[in-house]
Design a protein around this ligand. Sequence first.
Ligand code: ADP
Ligand code: MG
Length: 444
Amino acid sequence: MSFSAFALSPKLLEIIKEEGYGKPTPIQGRLIPRLLASHSVIASAQTGSGKTLAYLLPILESIAPTEEPFRHYNKAFILSPTKELAQQIYEVLKPFALSLGLRAVLVQGGGNRGEERSKLKRGADIVIATPQRALEYMEAKLIDIKAVRHFVVDEADMMFDMGFITYIDKIFSLMTQKSQKIIISATITPRVVKFAKGYIKPLERIELDPAGKIADTITQELYPVREGKKDMLLAWLISHYQFERVMVFVRKKELADGVAEGLRTWGYKVGILHGERSHQERKRSLQAFREGEYRILVATDIAARGLDIADLEVVINYDIPHVKHDFIHRVGRTGRAGKEGRAITLVSPGEIEQLNDLHKLLGSRIKEVILQEYAPKEIKARGFLLSVPRKSSTSHSRKKQTAAPGGNKKGKKRKTTKRDGFKAYDEAKPKTQKREKARRRGRR
Ligand code: ADP
Ligand code: MG
């Protein structure tokens, strides 16, 4: 199948080709015809499967100018939970908008209000926004939500996790009935479905992969590690495998700072991305990481969503995320668009309960790699799953987690979802991997 099989204009097909997109991905194949037929959908497909283009192309087809004079007003509106993702969607859209003569405007928390306002006043065909800033401009009548014909909520389930639901609720309530609504994520949770059903009728569900399926191209490994040894193991892994571009995920902002600081003492150039860094710092870190100036990016789960970083060979989970399905998004930063990827997860005995929950979510166990130097004594012989009894108290394991090296003691709790009743699914069988032999210290 090729893009020309869809009812897309020759001009649009030309830009698709110029931008170097090959054949449509499976979600593009499924979604594009439905959206061209004006259906409202709630869609899910695994990370890195090309969802952005799947919703952008039909929107562009619908709003592209066909005759002169062309009036610029808010025809399409795309919401992203984070500014980094909003920026990325904007970058994907930009060449299309430029060629077609459409105006795309990005508005985001931390963005320059003066510039954003004047761009909106000039007239924007497509607005890409983070929720809070979007609502601010809607109230200031700079965004005309009633005019919007296509509305996208990308990474929809994260809006709930981040406590944006009041904003989303308000935006949906202002939207006209007949506008096309597109709700999309790799992990659509029952809460999102329930919410969507309240506003969208009829609502079509497009579910390409089993809920939250991890791409087959991603190889996963689990490293059991003694309490207090994660920083050492992390530095060892990066050095031993000579990872050129690695994203390290941690649960908490303060922990991100601590872990990054630890890595810097080993001489690595490290960027940091979390919610308490300024807009400029976040932008700079991500950009320097994308451009290869930083070899490592240490981030919280705000960076787990949607980001498409070229040649990201490995994701290291310093811990297991608080919101379990964020794990799927973390590892989904690698192995995108059919490329190979590797995901490494570090787990200490204090996190065994979280690990059990994670395995339930994944529907299978991640293959353990035992390094004699770092593995907890009780794990060395037989691995986590066979030897460690399930703990009864959750608070106990949480406490241990926050006391991890470089960590904080009282990071703020995320506002909403703990678990959205996510169903277990059939994960692809992990690729055959040889169990790592015991390694000696001092190989750096
Ligand atoms: P998702 O939103 O599903 O996580 P993205 O939309 O970010 O995925 O796309 C992932 C990667 O795949 C991006 O680098 C994008 O440029 C690339 N991509 C998307 N569609 C195609 C296609 N049809 N052919 C080749 N690459 C594509
Ligand atoms: Mg995406």
